[in-house]
Design a protein around this ligand. Sequence first.
Ligand code: MF3
Ligand code: CO
Ligand code: CO
Length: 247
Amino acid sequence: MTVSSHADLDALTRVGRLVARALREMRRAARAGMTTAELDEIGAAFLVRHGARSAPQLTYNFPGFSCISVNEQIVHGVPGSRRLEPGDVVKIDVTAELDGFVADAAATVLLAPASDEALRLKRCARAAFAKAMEIARPGRQINEIGRAIEDEVKRAGFSIVREMCGHGVGRTIHEAPTVPNYFSAMTRGTLREGMVIAVEPIISSRPTRVVEERDGWTLRTQQRCLAAHYEHTVMIRDGRPLLLTAA
Ligand code: MF3
Ligand code: CO
Ligand code: CO
């Protein structure tokens, strides 16, 4: 969406803060021994208490509140009986709706003892996001975001999962425009003041194809290499990126 009033901005700010706080609670709570369903419940309880709903549930009938994806699982992991283990790489992706507005954010949590590869992969996803934020200004091309992300990920020796892209967001989860995490000449469009997009580098430790698990939702790397994810809902505001889902 494009924000065109103070009321829009206030509502988006409210849902963005809730998503940020839910994600923070879940990151703090993540521990070896707990199931992903238990971790999901922590975010769900917080958001429901504040009047918010699961946007994946509302929009796609997703069987959980948030997406939790472990190790080789990339995104859209269904919370369930899988128990977190020491050394796990846990991607938590929270998308909530409040009063008709939607915010989307994700982070990667490493359970001790984190491997060196996991640490570098997680840092790379964040660094690629930070590079994208240098581009997120009015007048820049949407495909420059992908170029910035791709450059950073290649520099670190990791791979982009090209099947998954960032997207417009605000009134529902997935809106125009599509925001690829790599340079694509076919991606046309310019960032404008007021635009709201989810920027989300999704990367793997090696080049990989994407496989859907039997639950019909969870996407994982074909050779079971590690994946990391980092995401914020970003508004182009006063010539700069404003992170609506930052704590
Ligand atoms: N939060 C996801 C994203 O960043 C969307 C999840 S919707 C689901 O795009 F239904 F696939 F879970
Ligand atoms: Co998301
Ligand atoms: Co998203």
